[in-house]
Ligand binder design. Structure first.
Ligand code: NDP
Length: 247
């Protein structure tokens, strides 16, 4: 049975990219723990169905259509959560795209898209919650990076660059604050819809060929749960979760 939303330890958790994959799995796990989850993504129907499913299970979910590339939209996502619940305890910056390709394919629109969603989107989230968390005297920002933030592979140069950048700005944020907790979670191959964003057919087929070893999205949700369930003075900064069989 989910905990009631009023039990001690229940948090207001905002999740971007909650309409599928890791974001959806994380929302389900945290809602089942009694946290109040605020679900952001572009696909309104998916968000509504997820909120309904969480509600039917006794959880508390608020869907809000969101494009993380739009700073005003991200502010309105955060404001809606704050207006509803009076605080923002956790932001999970999870929305991301991964249109992999070689640099010499010059798919420059896809480079821009990755920078806009994976990097600027995270910055928009941080900008929207920082004033609220500072006024509250605390909060927790969880950024979903990738093992591509720890290594670089062919076809993943730009994607890796965005994920390295997410790790760098997370560390900067951590150093600048004595009130916020900052966690980077770096998944390896995880079952989700992410390969659908790969426009280069040959690269997509190659990546999908590797997905047989992928772990369930809930495995990453468990890592989010672990980080946010720590006592206020304990800041889990980095977690890497990948399939045992991944090289
Ligand atoms: P999915 O494609 O299943 O989920 C991506 C989510 O991001 C969707 O909910 C999508 O929703 C959302 N999204 C994409 N663009 C935007 C946007 N502009 N504004 C708001 N939301 C957006 O993939 P994953 O669950 O795998 O991806 C989640 C995160 O995990 C990403 O940051 C990804 O880089 C990272 N990751 C994933 C790995 C994997 O193997 N799956 C490995 C390492 C990291 P919608 O389309 O409705 O907007």
């Amino acid at each position: 049975m989910p905990r009631s939303s009023t039990v001690p330890g229940s948090k207001v958790v905002l999740i971007t990219g909650a309409s599928s994959g890791i974001g959806e799995a994380t929302a389900r796990l945290l809602a089942a723990d009694g946290h109040r989850v605020v679900l952001g993504a572009r696909r309104a129907g998916r968000l509504a169905a997820l909120a309904e499913s969480i509600g039917a299970g006794g959880g508390n979910a608020l869907p809000h259509v969101l494009d993380v590339t739009d700073p005003a939209g991200v502010r309105s996502f955060v404001t809606a959560a704050h207006d509803r619940y009076g605080r923002v305890d956790v932001l999970v910056n999870n929305a991301g795209v991964m249109p992999l390709s070689r640099l010499d394919a010059l798919r420059t629109d896809e480079w821009d898209r990755m920078i806009d969603v994976n990097l600027r989107g995270v910055l928009h989230g941080i900008a929207a919650v920082l004033p609220i968390m500072q006024a509250q005297g605390g909060g927790h920002i969880v950024n979903i990076a990738s093992v591509s933030g720890l290594r670089v592979d062919p076809t993943a140069a730009v994607y890796s660059a965005t994920k390295h950048a997410v790790r760098a700005l997370s560390e900067g944020l951590r150093q600048e604050s004595r009130e916020l907790r900052v966690t980077v979670i770096s998944p390896g191959l995880t079952r989700s819809e992410l390969t659908g964003s790969i426009g280069d057919g040959a690269v997509r087929a190659a990546v999908e060929g590797q997905m047989g070893i992928a772990i369930p999205a809930a495995a990453i949700g468990e890592a989010v749960r672990y980080a946010i369930d720590q006592p206020a003075g304990v800041d889990v900064n980095e977690i890497v979760v990948r399939p045992t069989a991944q090289g």
